[in-house]
Write a new protein. Structure first.
Length: 586
């Protein structure tokens, strides 16, 4: 009898059931840990990838995207946000003769003749140089035919149907105000770097991706700049001068509100003649248009130095009373005779020395002051150094080193034997009228309350007295044609003979008027200078500053005063009560 074996029990008692549960729980835990590990690995990998992208890959990518959004060169504005220089996309007209030559087979680069293509381009660009363009087309070599092509003109070029005329898109530097403030701004050369003006000074800032996104505000006010250039040009042309220079300076901050040198150039279309001249032209006194007469050319500025000399004498105590009188007789010093063209009485005091611009009176005041003291004051006014301003072109003064002999000090006292830039003079006048503090000039906008401390040159009392004397020159003396009604202008003329071979040229002058306004609370200094003015009908056939430079200031102040917050007031003026008896008795 066979027997069937009983099937093996899967669960045999309580112990087997417990083991099975433990195994199941262990497997579940292992599976859970595996899932957690997988998720952890994925998370770590994601974090590593994010970190990699953030630190390695995304840096250049983000910078590249930012670069695409930013202009290739930063914008420059005036103090009120008016754009002066900005980058913009433009087209260029490029001649590519290989465009018509398949595989370099030497075929003709143009469908039409060079002359016919040039005629069609001339119809689009009337100022095109036909000879130059024809020669370039005939030469069959790649060349630029024109820069700064407008989109509508680009379409007209395409319509000509010449494949060799290409119009690649480029980034261009544009000066919306044209030639206005050209000597302040400078220009951008073909290599993309700034030249001459603030374009050169700010080149790194304007091209750095980290900073070029924010416009840079200069100190100049385009309304004032336009008025200054307009009046200087009018004055220069009316007396047939070879050049002109002018500056408007804030006496409390040193900010340049306007700076102009004529003749000017157009930074949108700079030519070789704008930046360089031949030796023959230089020998004839001709300078390049980009040459800055305000900051780079030094001149003997003549009698405009006389107020500075009188201020030094008052400040040092050499003059204790303005009623003191000196002889007007010619002075013989070291074989040289100092004399006045027109003698007014046998004696003269300091106010009349300024009003009538007396060389003899100034020389006698220098004798009281002493050469060493005069030199020290001139040094404190920065006359022995290049002018302080950001521009790269800054002329070094013609300055006598060592101890000054008596004659040297006398001639410097009335503006000869020393040559400085008009900017030197403007900064010195600012110190003389603002309470006595000399500050460096700047083309960067100064935030309120952040003016540089400067250095004290004159006592406040000296400055107050000089404000009276400058005002008296405009009321009674050679500055009357600059006395704009209601604006309380004060200033001094200077007409200096230009040096030449063998001595001074008596028929060639530099005419200057240095002024400030309003004299009861000076806020701005103006210097207007004409280089080699002629005697014309406009100047009553006179060549001196009273007839040509001073009227420029007289016309300019009413134009810029209201724009600068100085309104005319016929009922206000600086108090001249204690000085009028001295002047009106002569």
């Amino acid at each position: 009898m066979s027997t069937l074996a009983a099937p093996r029990a899967i669960i045999s008692g309580p112990a087997g059931l417990g083991d099975h549960r433990r195994r199941s729980l262990l497997i579940a835990r292992l599976r859970l840990l595996l899932v957690i590990a997988v998720f952890a690995l994925v998370a770590v990998a994601a974090l590593v990838r994010i970190a990699w992208i953030g630190t390695v890959e995304s840096g250049p990518a983000q910078r590249s995207m930012a670069d695409d959004l930013l202009p290739p060169r930063g914008e420059i504005t005036d103090r009120n946000g008016v754009p002066l220089a900005r980058a913009f996309p433009a087209y260029a007209l490029w001649y590519n003769p290989d465009a018509m030559r398949e595989g370099g087979d030497g075929g003709p680069p143009l469908v039409r003749s060079p002359e016919e293509v040039t005629r069609k381009l001339k119809a689009i660009f009337p100022d095109l140089d036909t000879y130059e363009v024809t020669q370039k087309l005939a030469a069959g070599k790649p060349a630029y035919l024109r820069r700064r092509v407008l989109p509508e003109d680009a379409n007209r070029v395409f319509a000509i149907g010449e494949l060799a005329l290409e119009l690649p898109q480029e980034e261009d530097r544009h000066y919306p105000q044209g030639s206005l403030a050209a000597h302040v701004l400078g220009y951008v050369a073909a290599d993309g770097n700034g030249r001459v003006g603030m374009e050169q000074v700010l080149n790194d800032h304007l091209t750095d991706p980290a900073t070029r996104g924010e416009p840079i505000a200069l100190s100049i006010d385009m309304r004032v700049q336009g008025a200054l250039e307009d009046e200087l040009r009018r004055g220069m042309l009316s007396v047939d001068a070879v050049g002109a220079a002018g500056i408007v300076l804030d006496v409390d901050t040193g900010e340049v509100m306007a700076l102009a040198s004529l003749p000017e150039f157009d930074p949108n279309a700079v030519t070789s003649s704008d930046v360089r001249v031949t030796q023959a032209q230089r020998d004839r006194g001709i300078t390049a248009r980009a040459f800055n007469r305000v900051t780079n050319q030094v001149y003997e500025l003549g009698s405009t130095f006389k107020p500075l000399t009188v201020a030094a004498a008052i400040d040092s105590g050499a003059i204790t009373g303005l009623g003191r009188r000196w002889s007007t007789a010619p002075m013989k010093v070291g074989g040289y005779t100092i004399k006045d063209k027109k003698v007014r009485g046998s004696t003269i005091h300091a106010p009349d020395t300024l009003i009538y611009s007396s060389n003899v009176g100034t020389a006698r005041i220098v004798d009281e002051l002493g050469p060493a003291n005069l030199k020290r004051y001139m040094e404190d006014l920065g006359m022995n150094e290049r002018p302080y301003i950001e521009l790269p072109a800054r002329g070094f003064p013609i300055w006598a080193s060592g101890e000054w002999p008596r004659l040297r000090a006398m001639t410097v006292g009335y503006g000869h034997g020393i040559a400085v830039t008009p900017l030197h003079l403007a900064s010195a006048y600012a110190a003389m009228v603002n309470g006595g503090i000399w500050r460096p000039a700047t083309l960067k906008r100064v935030a309120p309350g952040h003016a540089p401390r400067g250095r004290r040159v004159f006592k406040p009392s000296t400055s107050a007295r000089m404000n009276q004397l400058l005002r008296m020159i405009s009321v009674y003396g050679t500055g009357r044609s600059a006395d704009a009604p209601g604006f309380r202008v004060g200033g001094k003329t200077g007409s200096a003979e230009k040096p030449g071979n063998g001595g001074y040229r008596q028929t060639t002058l530099v005419s200057t008027f240095a002024a400030a306004f309003p004299m009861d609370r000076p806020r701005y200094v103006i210097v207007a200078m004409l280089d080699e003015p002629k005697g014309t009908v406009a100047s009553s056939f006179q060549r001196t500053a009273a007839w040509n430079a001073a009227p420029i200031v007289g016309r300019l102040v009413p134009r810029i005063g209201p724009q600068l917050g100085v309104l005319p007031d016929a009922d206000r003026d600086i108090d001249l009560t204690d000085l009028r008896p001295l002047v009106e008795t002569n």
